[in-house]
Design a protein around this ligand. Structure first.
Ligand code: ZN
Length: 198
């Protein structure tokens, strides 16, 4: 880093802390930032500060939002009796993009991963149970089809079932255009379990 001035060196160092940004990419980004018109560079810096300082979680679903309640929870046209449980705000966004789901969400902010020391109290599970004391008909568990995602889904289902609320798990089937023989066992099992009548 001694080839560059202290300020540029610092910028490269900070950028290289981002996921999947190595030293080379960080250097390239740093130089493109310092070559920007000053207003553009300031706008970039300000947007980082504003996004970080105004980070709020929705009081209902724990999605990231700018206000107390996110636009989805605030929307009276959504079905508030149907809650889809997702791992992260990015997963929520992925489902929203499909425009197929009309219920509301619950963002766990992670999954249970005992090997990494992540237990049930480290994710928003207790908060989900509190929500279920309200008027809820169905919980759709949409955690990822990883081992941790599956284990988390099983645990949620175990917690929810005694309440009499319907619990379902999204079917993660065979990806479109893929060959069955190349698909792992868990995906195939889920595809079979989640089959629908034709
Ligand atoms: Zn919300």
């Amino acid at each position: 880093m001694e080839y560059y001035s202290g300020h540029i060196g610092k910028l490269i160092e900070e950028l290289s802390k981002l996921p999947s940004i190595g030293q080379k990419t960080a250097t390239r980004l740093a130089f493109s930032i310092i070559q920007m018109p000053p207003e553009q560079a300031h706008a970039l810096a300000d947007s980082i500060t504003a996004a970080r300082d105004n980070l709020h979680f929705c009081k209902e679903c724990f999605n990231i939002c700018d206000s107390e309640i996110c636009p989805i929870c605030a929307n009276s046209k959504r079905n508030h009796k149907q809650i889809m449980v997702v791992e992260s705000p990015r997963d929520l966004a992925a489902y929203e993009k499909t425009k197929q789901y009309q219920g509301v969400y619950h963002v766990l902010h992670g999954v249970i991963a005992p090997l990494l020391g992540v237990g049930p109290s480290d994710i928003k599970l207790k908060e989900l149970m509190v929500r279920l004391q309200g008027d809820v008909d169905e919980v759709i568990i949409a955690t990822n089809a990883s081992h941790e995602g599956e284990a988390t889904a099983m645990l949620i289902s175990k917690y929810v079932k005694p309440s009499g609320i319907k619990v379902s798990r999204i079917a993660s089937g065979v990806p479109v255009g893929s060959e069955i023989e190349l698909i792992d066992e868990m995906t195939l099992k889920r595809a079979l379990d989640g089959r629908t009548e034709l």
